[in-house]
Design a protein around this ligand. Structure first.
Ligand code: GLY
Length: 259
């Protein structure tokens, strides 16, 4: 069974962290409705969707991806780069402990899950303002013995590595060339986002399906032309909070029964 951990949208979403997106007013009720539709989309793709309660005092807590990296063998609780987000992990820790042995990134390390793109046994980690060298080194130490390798990737002009590049297949990446160089990913086939759709590289892969924001039809067509099935969801209010489709869930195989 495939699990998707999510968290309901905080009523304080409008006070979220913003780095590369200008602040505009967020309709929180609409964001909550869009998030419920996102959860339904994941359920329709076969995920068992677990919904943590909203955290009223944590505006960004809906973006659960940033607080953990879930591998087949273990999960690594991160230490988010934004201080305002460091309390978000506690309830996710409690839930994930039922499914995986846990490790943790400790100070002075910082790491946001949005910076970690796993393809096979390689974890590409964005050199962003949120994830530092100490965080990457601690991640390598936590997972090296399991046969994983951390590969740092320079990025520019965006929040996280997965703002700039995500995997649509094991051998194919969707990439925004303005924010990350394709040369960081030798051996992969590259699909570039449509030039008019700056933020379109962040897609959530569920099996062979790409879950992506509905406001990027040109990039969606590029994926369909490459034979990739696309499910489009309207997440416009979450995008105002510098979120997208990967950030709102932690998706993994349940494997062993919950402990
Ligand atoms: N608003 C998402 C983040 O900055 O972490």
């Amino acid at each position: 069974m495939r699990i998707a951990i999510t968290r309901d949208v905080s009523p304080s979403l409008d006070d979220c962290e913003l780095t590369h997106v200008a602040r505009t007013s967020i309709d929180v009720a609409r964001a909550q409705a869009q998030h419920r539709a996102y959860q339904r989309a994941l359920a329709s793709l076969g995920c068992r969707v677990l919904a943590l309660e909203a955290e009223p005092s944590m505006p960004d807590a809906v973006f659960v991806e940033d607080v953990a990296i879930v591998l087949d063998e273990i999960a690594v609780m991160t230490r988010p780069g934004a201080e305002s987000r460091r309390g978000e992990g506690a309830s996710v820790t409690e839930l994930l402990a039922r499914y995986r042995p846990l490790r943790a990134i400790e100070a002075p390390g910082t790491l946001d899950g949005g910076d970690v793109l796993r393809v096979g046994r390689t974890l590409y980690v964005g050199q962003s303002g949120r994830s530092n060298a100490e965080g990457r080194e601690q991640l390598q130490a936590a997972i090296g013995g399991l046969g994983y390798r951390v590969q740092p990737v320079p990025i520019r002009g965006c929040l996280h590595l997965k703002s700039a590049v995500t995997a649509v297949r094991d051998d194919t990446l969707l990439l925004q060339p303005a924010w990350v160089d394709a040369s960081s990913f030798p051996g992969f086939a590259i699909i570039e986002v449509d030039p008019e759709e700056e933020h379109a590289a962040n897609i959530l892969r569920i099996g062979d399906v790409a879950v992506m924001p509905s406001c990027f039809p040109r990039t969606a067509q590029r994926l369909r032309d490459a034979g990739i099935e696309v499910v489009a969801v309207d997440v416009s209010e979450l995008q105002k909070a510098e979120g997208a489709t990967t950030c709102c869930s932690l998706v993994f195989e349940e494997q062993a029964a919950a402990r």
